[in-house]
Ligand binder design. Structure first.
Ligand code: AMP
Ligand code: MG
Length: 388
């Protein structure tokens, strides 16, 4: 048995080989860049207008309009003092422009321009390089690409991006009692739901599940299922059969497949029978079968490791502190991840904390971390992991 901190350290200390690939810009969301990106040119790359209005030469209230420049125009104007050109947002400002005045603050009669207020030197001009200068570090290796990141990389003219490959995940659920949703249910059977929850949790964070398989509580079947699944997976996630029951065959089946245990059992609630192992460059999480336990363990342990395997600086471990909205006592002897709901800046510990109960998790939006045997008074701070 290890503590939560020890389990995290064992996961974090795994030596992993990261693989890279080149992806099209439009296909990069959530991937982490595998090399620094520096600005190939100044941004903006030329002085341009921040407004639809007039580019002015000299500071006064009256000008003569001598022409027009729109976004994308290559025209060059030689402006003299007292002259102005009609200009539009994003258009290159002529050399010797002192300021741009927005059109709402102007009056025009023929080629005479009168301003309703005095311009300020440099106003409404976006200067060359004011956002980025050529060579400047834009993103460090490991940056996880967001939509804004994609926009910025595109604006730097980069079409193909070097990123870390994401791990391929396979899923195996075990249990004689499990049947697929949609089929008629006999006495003693329950619908298999963990694979749906886990696959969609992977998907939510941009990870793909390759293969999903449901196997009965049969040692040989589980053993050969694991063997086959490990052929294609970087990470194999199992659910169920990892506890101490007579029909819990997963641990032994992993051992007989040459998977080496990194830890088994974590001093926590829920999710005590959590197992983590590796076989060369392939990793295995065997999660307890109880629906809330398996999904909690995914958020707390599997997700950080998936980020690690994708070369990301993100680790999925961010905890946010919220005041609790009511008194609460954790009588249990293990540190707990409790199903909770954050609203109006406070966190509420929900009813229905049983390991099998997923209703509260589905209605909540956080896991609240509360130490064993701890009494909290309303208003005390609680560390929360957001599971939105
Ligand atoms: P186990 O970890 O195999 O002992 O399972 C613990 C509990 O979780 C049992 O009540 C199982 O029926 C339930 N369970 C196991 N696997 C699943 C699954 N894939 N979907 C829904 N419930 C499950
Ligand atoms: Mg079982």
């Amino acid at each position: 048995m290890v503590t939560i901190e020890e389990a995290h350290k064992i996961i974090k200390d795994q030596k992993v080989k990261l693989k890279t690939e080149t992806r099209k810009l439009s296909d990069c969301l959530g991937f982490s860049i595998s090399e620094d990106i520096n600005a190939p040119f100044d941004m903006p790359s030329f002085d341009n207008s921040a407004m639809d209005g007039y580019a002015l030469c000299g500071i006064s209230q009256e000008y003569t309009i001598i022409g027009e420049v729109a976004a994308g125009d290559k025209k060059e104007f030689e402006l003299k003092n007292g002259e102005a050109v009609r200009i539009f947002t994003g258009a290159k400002v002529p050399k010797d422009t002192s300021a741009v005045m927005m059109q709402e603050k102007t009056r025009v009669a023929g080629n005479k321009l009168t301003l309703e207020q005095m311009p300020k030197e440099g106003q409404s001009i976006r200067r060359k390089g004011e956002e980025l200068t050529q060579g400047q570090l834009v993103f460090e290796k490991g940056y996880s690409i967001t939509p804004a990141g994609i926009g910025l990389i595109g604006s730097l003219g980069i079409q193909n991006v070097e990123v870390f490959r994401k791990p391929l995940i396979n899923l195996i659920t075990t249990g004689n009692e499990l049947i697929e949703p949609g089929k008629p249910k006999a006495e003693g059977q329950i619908y298999e739901s963990n694979s749906y929850a886990l696959a969609s949790a992977c998907e939510q964070f941009g990870f793909k599940c390759g293969n999903k398989k449901q196997i009965e509580d049969d040692f040989e079947a589980i053993k050969s299922g694991i063997k086959k699944s490990l052929e294609t997976a970087d990470v194999l996630i199992l659910s169920g059969g990892i506890s101490v029951g007579d029909y819990d065959f997963v641990k032994q089946a992993l051992e007989e497949n040459g998977v080496e245990e990194q830890f088994y059992k974590v001093f926590q609630k829920p999710g005590k029978p959590l197992y983590f192992g590796r076989k060369e460059d392939k990793f295995v999480f065997a999660l307890p079968g109880n629906p809330a336990s398996s999904l909690s363990c995914f958020y707390v342990y599997v997700l950080p490791f998936l980020y690690q395997l994708s070369g990301s600086k993100k680790n999925g471990m961010e905890r946010y502190s919220f005041p609790i909205s009511h008194d609460f006592e954790n009588r249990g002897d293990r540190p707990s991840f409790l199903k909770a709901k954050i609203s109006n800046g406070e966190v509420e510990i929900l009813d229905g904390q049983g390991s099998s109960m997923i209703l509260s998790m589905a209605q909540g939006n956080a896991l609240a971390f509360i130490d064993a045997e701890t009494s909290l008074k309303k208003g005390e701070q609680v560390q929360c992991l957001l599971i939105l």
